[in-house]
Design a protein around this ligand. Sequence first.
Ligand SMILES: [Zn+2]
Length: 400
Amino acid sequence: MDMKSADIEKIVRQVLESMGSSSAPAPKAAGGAVPATSRVAMLTEKEHFEIQEYPIPELGDDDVLVKVEGCGVCGTDAHEFKRDPFSLIPVVLGHEGTGEIVKMGKNVKKDSAGKPLAVGDKVVTCMIFKDNPDITMFDLNKQNVGGADVYGLLPDDDKHLNGWFSDYILVRGGSTIFNVSDLDLDSRILIEPCAVLIHAVERAKTTGILRFNSRVVVQGCGPIGLICIAVLRTMGIENLVAVDGEAKRLEFAKMMGASATVNFKDHKGIEALTGAVQDAFGGYLADFAFQCTGSPVAHANIYKFIRNGGGLCELGFFINGGDATINPHFDICSKEITTVGSWVYTLRDYATTFDFLKRAKGIGLPLEKLITHKYPLEQINEALVTNLKMEGLKIAIVNQ
Ligand SMILES: [Zn+2]
């Protein structure tokens, strides 16, 4: 064999090129590969998405074009699908989305946390600063996303690519965008709901009651309660009791790090239920409680599980679920309970969530199992129906 060094170089180059095209997860510089049109799932009337196709518009200097890989279905999407409470129809929904940058305006260099951005990077969006364009990473903790404009909840306009239930989304200048290339697709789809819990636990910490050795009860084991348990577990809180009415969800709570579970259907009446929670803590009431259901009765019940001087974080009533009846003397005053409410998240919580997802993986919490159903875009109506039937936990639209 007499191989000249030039030949070897050529072979090495060929091998490297073939590796690049077959095994690279994120092909960079896909600029030329952008199609002329994109499909979107347009909610054209209540309970009906129509797959429509629109031209991909020219990008402004501050805009980013993202090829959508997946998007979680949120309770908010389900409410809008069923009843249009936000009067958004026609609208492209989907705000828990993620995808790959395929094209960028010439001014775009960094994400909202100051990380470099390039074609091929995996990103998520958070909110759009319309009224406050001067906000920086340093004020992120001051801004609660509630009330702000978010992709997937924007009224339709002449660009149409406003939501993540689509093939492409046009992220306009002034939006919050984060480079999350170091997270896998399932983790990226879970960022938004996880940020809700990062915020709730931050709110809980302001009471000064939550400690490493606290006895914590989490009521409600839907995705929010389950993620709550995972966040507490990654913080090093180990004495966690989950309360729910479904055995399957309680099993899941154990996988997420709950040390014990209580099925409220096994205990008739609030005294018996309180006794069961107390037994689960070895004879003690909880130091702190997280209320993660939208049930007024559950809200009224939870005070009974908390010791004198304990704390409560109420985060289950994301939307108005009606009035709850409590006894202010017995439930709050005489027990000196410190309560905090939590709603949505701040931008800093969003950035904190990326690290939480890595830590959860590091200690073996199977967060990705929360995504129980995956549908392609063309089956979005079925995905929403499944969500409304409360089947499974997290439902996601996944492209390809
Ligand atoms: Zn959501």
